[in-house]
Write a protein that binds this ligand. Sequence first.
Ligand SMILES: C=C1C[C@]23C[C@@]1(O)CC[C@H]2[C@@]12CC[C@H](O)[C@@](C)(C(=O)O1)[C@H]2[C@@H]3C(=O)O
Ligand SMILES: O=C(O)CCC(=O)C(=O)O
Ligand SMILES: [Fe+2]
Length: 330
Amino acid sequence: MLSKSPTEQYTYVMNCKQTTFSSEIPLVDLSKPDAKSLIVNACEEFGFFKVINHGVSMEAISKLESEAMNFFSLPLIEKEKAGPAYPFGYGNKSIGHSGDVGWLEYLLLTTNQEYNSPTLSSAFGQNTEKFRTVLDDYMCAVRKMACEILDFMAEGLNIQPNNVFSKLLMDKDSDSLFRMNHYPACPEQGEDDDENMIGFGEHTDPQIISLLRSNNTSGLQISLRDGSWISVPPDHSSFFINVGDSLQVMTNGRFRSVRHRVVANGLKSRLSMIYFVGPPLSEKIAPLPSLMKGKESLYKEFTWFEYKNSNYGSRLADNRLGHFERIAAS
Ligand SMILES: C=C1C[C@]23C[C@@]1(O)CC[C@H]2[C@@]12CC[C@H](O)[C@@](C)(C(=O)O1)[C@H]2[C@@H]3C(=O)O
Ligand SMILES: O=C(O)CCC(=O)C(=O)O
Ligand SMILES: [Fe+2]
């Protein structure tokens, strides 16, 4: 057993009441005219939705999935050549800088491939160029979908111009990340319903939105407004979109940055690939004036650099927006 000692500071085990697979997850067909309004409703209520007709080809997805599986199947000593995880590279079990652990291994990359080269070539060797090409094709297609979704969000919120969000992604200095998480099947998974191994502990994503695609293995759960957790039925042909902290601030709390986590699966391995849309470091993050309409701002303005700096040592589960919340005047 990994670590169940009550005295241990960090543990892989979490207690969670049994969660049910939910049919409540909002579904958005990007090719339909009601996409904008469905997206806005989903972001307000859940901060999360599933997307079909997303335009990312199954070919691009399968190629990257297969390259990723080849990588994660290498002996540990080979994978570690692509480490450490920070700033970019291979990581195993440890997440962030403050002792969080999970039942996973991962590759954390920047979407700006220039900075990935040393990381990648040390582990991929002669296969590096192939991996880069496959990764480029995938990221390019996901970026296109992200742009469309962000423009739909702005239009659904009646914000002009409609590229207020997508321009941050298209900026050459956009601080976006790409992550591939591999959760091996977990033999230590508790048999008890309310004891689960943590794959990736609960957290909100800091960025604007995250676009997640996984294989058909379950594990992802989201937290609802009432604090309860629901399991997201996996669907390898769809994408799942999370609202992140930055978008919650830009919409002055109208969109909800969704708390989510991954529980390990006792039988099957899970592979997920996530594109995190981040603003440039110098970008000022604040509620958009057109969404204020006389309302008070819930947040103090900050730059993306300031957010990252002040949260450098944060634990996964921390409320990272706490530093920037305005105390309402009584
Ligand atoms: C503990 C941490 C890991 C994390 C950075 C942080 O300080 C808090 C947020 C974590 C998170 C969640 C979404 C992404 O997976 C990630 C890359 C990010 O931008 O914020 C991770 C960070 C990480 O793994 O370093
Ligand atoms: O791997 C997953 O399914 C989700 C992981 C996640 O939330 C993250 O990497 O931020
Ligand atoms: Fe996340």
